[in-house]
Ligand binder design. Structure first.
Ligand SMILES: [Zn+2]
Length: 55
């Protein structure tokens, strides 16, 4: 099942892929900041949405 991590500030798709990627890994890839809106990304899943996409 594809996994999607979305910035709750601007809905930018931070990660989308078939395998679950740990949030810490996704956030580290963007050095803790959303590349689109500059929002500070938390390591806790509070300000990002993790959604399972049904395809
Ligand atoms: Zn954002």
């Amino acid at each position: 099942m594809p996994q999607r991590v979305i910035c709750s500030g601007c809905s930018y798709v931070l990660y989308e892929g078939p395998i679950f990627s740990p949030l810490t890994e996704v956030i580290q890839r963007y050095t803790g900041v959303c590349p689109k809106c500059g929002r500070q990304l938390s390591f806790l899943p509070l300000n990002v949405d993790v959604k399972t996409v049904n395809k």
